[in-house]
Write a protein of this length. Structure first.
Ligand code: UGB
Length: 598
């Protein structure tokens, strides 16, 4: 107590609260008054922040932690009483009549949507030194994830506004959740690139705070090993996005502006926008309050499984079961082999890709009750079987896909499954770990993420009638991948499959070693035969017909060793660089009608 002499009344209240909550150890090694007074004040500033940033303050945090730690010690199954089964959802088949109808509806709806990117994670598994959204999603054009996301949202906005006509034009809001690990660099990336063409007022950054670490089962808060006047903190998880959207007032402002949908997505999926129009169409047609996007899942893949959980008392919900919990849950409920593939070669449970589409009205109603608090969990690593001590401090965590857990049974919770090639290719694993992924399971590396974009674009053009060569197999950073023609189009060229189809006509062919970059809205590919590299750019008012036979040395992929530190990190983590030997490059910067003939 004698240590607290110079403190304000607010700080004294915080100190009393900590003492009442069994946290006296935090003050144990404090010297007497007059020594380190600034540091002591700094300590209380941090306590005040931790207290303010958790619903119910530190008292609730410590109480919740004690309960969850006791359950964990007891080995209590969080799904106790629930039996998992495979739910049914909407299954999309790319390019069929249904798919195109859903896309059409999606474009009608997208002007009433807001997009939310969760980008507070450091990407420990990837081990990249920068922020993940600054990584190129592909190196043909060098477009980084954040630029790609913004271009995609602007292209959807353009498509929606063309449909709406002169009045009722929309600017689609874009919120980004950052953390102390990513905030500054995300702001710098946006500001140094003029927000990648978006209006700065369209973009809102919400920074999540870390939560206090816990040293033992009594939820004693951990002192920072490097500073005795600081509590050690760690990230609380992507689930924070809900409380931040609520407390920032953004959700209400979106509701007031007449918006209907909120679309959540993660930091490194270069394919995601290809499936957005159709999936939003599904939400609208099926009247889903919650729509989780999913892909076929390989057993033990590090993505959650979407399951229907039915309780002995009759309750049931469709929810993500996280990848580390699916196997024990299955084993505990009569599936002795746990998380395994069935005769299709995939897990029967669709894989959660953590893209969620929520209907705004019911979402706001629910958050009025919960203030965005999401069911938490704790995952301590115990020193031994007595489960009394931890190997290192732990903390409570929460996940954004657990939002439906508090919803009443009347809520319409559904999901939409699409082909992996169309919608999911995240960049999460470093080259060494990716090379160790069991054969047949996806690598989720920078290499596979980039190759997946070429593959998807090739398959889409193939479906639209372009003759595209089969891929070749190559090994980069110890990972064998399919290498398709390097075809890239900017989102403004086409946001739906029917738009792609309207822009490629006649007899077109593209060889496997070719590269094609389309950077313009009104570029029409007709009777093109490409064997080499072609880069076409145009302003919106220029209409360009691209055709004829083009042949040159093209752009060649050259192997790079992931350990070669003379090569920039963003290149060496993919194991190849592009040698731009020769290309036909055209830029139409004035309005008008043009024909590109070689
Ligand atoms: N993120 C934050 O914004 N804040 C945080 O505190 C933590 C993360 P990871 P994870 O689709 O591949 C998720 O680490 O959590 C952001 C799903 O839970 O990449 O292991 C972070 O920046 C899982 O069910 O993934 O697994 C990133 O954008 C499965 O769907 C996002 O949250 C898996 O993703 C995800 O963080 C997947």
């Amino acid at each position: 107590q004698s240590n607290l002499g110079l403190l304000s009344s607010e700080q004294i209240e915080l100190a009393k609260m900590l003492l009442q909550m069994g946290q006296s150890h935090l003050f144990q090694h404090w010297p007497g008054p007059g020594v380190d007074d600034d540091e002591k004040k700094g300590f209380f500033d941090q306590v005040a922040r931790l207290n303010a940033n958790y619903p119910g303050g530190l008292v609730s945090y410590i109480k919740n932690a004690r309960e969850l730690l006791a359950d964990s010690k007891e080995g209590k199954n969080p799904f106790d009483g629930f039996t998992p089964s495979v739910p049914t959802g909407e299954v999309l088949t790319f390019g069929d009549v249904n798919f195109m109808k859903f896309e059409e509806t999606g474009i009608q709806e997208v002007g009433d949507a807001a997009f939310v990117l969760v980008a507070g994670g450091l990407g420990e598994r990837l081990g990249y030194n920068g922020i993940k959204v600054a990584l190129p999603c592909e190196t043909t054009t060098g477009t980084c994830f954040l630029l790609h996301y913004i271009e995609s949202i602007l292209a959807l906005q353009g498509a929606s506004n063309r449909l709406r006509g002169g009045e009722n034009q929309r600017e689609i809001p874009f919120a980004i959740m950052t953390s102390d690990d990513t905030h500054k660099r995300t702001v710098e990336l946006l500001e140094s690139n003029d927000y990648f063409g978006m209006k700065p007022t369209q973009v809102k950054l919400l920074k999540q705070e870390k939560v206090a670490c816990l040293d033992d089962n009594d939820a004693r808060l951990a002192v920072d090993p490097h500073n005795k006047y600081k509590i050690q903190t760690k990230p609380h998880g992507h689930g924070d996005v809900h409380s931040l959207l609520y407390s920032s007032g953004l959700l209400n402002s979106w509701l007031d502006a007449g918006l209907k949908w909120v679309l959540f997505f993660q930091d490194t999926n270069g394919l995601l926008f290809k499936a957005i129009p159709a999936s939003l169409g599904v939400s609208s047609v099926r009247k889903f309050h919650v729509n989780s996007l999913a892909v076929p899942r390989k057993a033990k893949e590090a993505i959650g499984g979407i399951a229907k959980l039915t309780h002995a008392d009759g309750r049931s919900m469709v929810i993500n079961v996280e990848y580390n919990q699916l196997d024990p849950l299955l084993r505990a409920t009569g599936h002795p082999d746990g998380d395994v593939n069935d005769e299709t070669g995939y897990s029967p449970f669709p894989g959660n890709i953590n893209q969620l589409i929520l209907e705004l009205g019911p979402y706001v109603e629910e958050l009025k009750k919960t203030r965005g608090a999401i069911k938490e969990f704790v995952n301590p690593k115990y020193k031994d079987a007595s489960k009394t001590a931890f190997k290192s401090s732990t903390r409570l965590e929460c996940m954004m896909q657990d939002y439906p857990k508090t919803l009443p049974p009347t809520a319409r919770v559904g999901f939409t499954v699409m082909d992996t090639w169309l919608g999911y290719a995240p960049v999460k694993n470093n080259p060494e770990d990716a090379a160790k992924v069991p054969k047949g399971n996806p690598y989720h590396s920078a290499t596979s993420g980039e190759m997946a974009i070429y593959r998807a674009n090739s398959l889409i053009l193939r479906k639209a009638g372009v003759q595209i060569d089969d891929p070749v197999h190559q090994v980069f950073n110890g990972q064998e991948v399919e290498v398709w023609s390097r075809i890239i189009w900017k989102p403004k060229w086409a946001v739906t499959y029917s738009e792609v189809k309207s822009k490629v006509t006649g007899n077109c062919s593209i060889s496997q070693r070719s590269t094609m970059v389309i950077n313009g809205r009104n570029i029409f590919v007709e009777d093109l035969s490409l064997d080499g590299a072609l880069v076409v750019s145009s302003v919106d008012d220029a209409e360009v017909k691209v055709g004829g036979s083009i042949q040159n040395e093209g752009w060649v992929l050259e192997n790079v060793d992931c350990k070669d530190s003379s090569v920039p990190e963003e290149i060496r983590i993919r194991g190849f660089r592009i040698n731009k030997a020769e290309q036909l490059e055209k830029n139409y910067s004035e309005p008008g009608k043009y024909e590109l003939e070689p």
